[in-house]
Write a protein that binds this ligand. Structure first.
Ligand code: HEC
Length: 305
């Protein structure tokens, strides 16, 4: 008797799992729909695998986490003050339904979950090529040109910003509830009015995915602390002794030491300037990269990318 029950239970469970998997695969076909981007759009809008955080968090990051980016009492924009280029007129509400109106240049939207190869219907914000390789020129009269894609962003303080993001992630007050309550208070009605309210099921999916993402990223960063130490804190992010890269430069070889050799890399001070990328003529720039060591544009572009 018990044996029969167990067989039925196993069959039931298997059928349930098959149905669930089929439903997932079917739904994935909808939210993973993909139209190839033109090279220019891919450069500006296509995320490059650095899916940074859920779009809903990006929308409320300024309110929820700005203390992780600035010294106590200081105020500023978690984007513009770190050199990201913002649109001229930021709307009063920054939500997922009007992301094109407020997202900084080089922040693209994708359905990929950070560091995973699968997509869901929860939107993530990620860096695109244009985050680093786009800029405005400041003219002598104080005005600025429109964004020039392909130019190096000499104001982007990406290393300090990344430490700010790590501080924010390690903040015990940053919970799925905190993110979603702040988001709903700011955007639920607005998204609804724009016809992109999402509904109960989407809210549930967002909650599950955001909670999985947050748990994952908190544990990855916490796990790395024994190797890399704590990120610099809010007061030290703009201190050139603490973070010598400063705006316009990155520390790619520290990453190489960390990723390939599994060492802290803290004493690797090889800095790399964010270059213009439209000019690859070998007679004008016979060698490039941080030390001028690589002469073929294809090889240096491959390594850079
Ligand atoms: C986080 C900032 C950042 C992002 C995002 C980024 N780059 Fe770069 N890129 C750099 C830096 C810094 C260098 C210089 C690397 C060096 O000197 O080793 C560079 C170098 C390059 C070069 C070589 C230029 C030359 O002439 O030496 C090319 C080409 C390039 N990037 C293209 C891209 C493309 C295409 C993307 C998107 C897929 C991209 N980059 C995303 C920072 C970035």
């Amino acid at each position: 008797m018990i044996g029969r029950w167990i067989s039925w239970l196993t069959i039931g469970l298997s059928v349930g799992l098959i149905l669930l998997t089929s439903a997932w695969l079917f739904a994935e076909r909808c939210w993973a729909q993909w139209t190839p981007l033109s090279p220019e759009d891919a450069f500006i809008h296509g995320t490059i695998g650095l899916e940074t955080f859920p779009l809903k968090y990006a929308a409320v990051m300024q309110d929820l986490s700005h203390e992780s980016f600035f010294a106590e009492g200081a105020d500023g924009s978690v984007w513009a003050d770190y050199g990201f280029l913002l649109p001229d007129d930021i709307p009063a509400k920054t939500c997922t339904s009007n992301v094109a109106d407020w997202a900084p240049v080089g922040i693209g939207v994708s359905s990929f979950v950070q560091a995973k190869a699968f997509q869901t219907s929860t939107k993530f914000a990620g860096l695109t090529c244009a985050a680093c390789h786009s800029a405005r020129l400041r003219l002598p009269n104080g005005s600025q040109t429109p964004v020039i894609h392909g130019m190096g962003n000499q104001e982007l303080d990406v290393i300090a910003w990344s430490d700010g993001v790590k501080n924010a992630m390690l903040d015990p007050g940053l919970t799925t509830d905190a993110i979603l309550s702040a988001y709903d208070a700011q955007c639920a009605e607005f998204d609804e009015a724009n016809g992109q309210g999402g509904g109960v099921i989407q809210s549930l999916i967002d909650r599950i995915i955001i909670s999985a993402w947050l748990g994952g990223i908190k544990s990855v960063i916490a796990g790395d602390l024994s190797r890399y130490d704590l990120p610099f804190d809010n007061a030290e992010l703009r201190d050139e002794i603490a973070i010598p890269a400063g705006p316009g430069r990155t520390r790619p070889f520290r990453s190489t030491v960390r990723v390939s050799l599994n060492l802290p890399g803290a004493d690797n001070f090889v800095l790399s300037k964010i270059p213009v990328v439209w000019e690859q003529r070998e007679d004008l720039r016979p060698a490039s990269q941080y030390d001028g060591s690589i002469r073929t544009p294809v090889t240096r572009s491959l390594i850079a990318a």
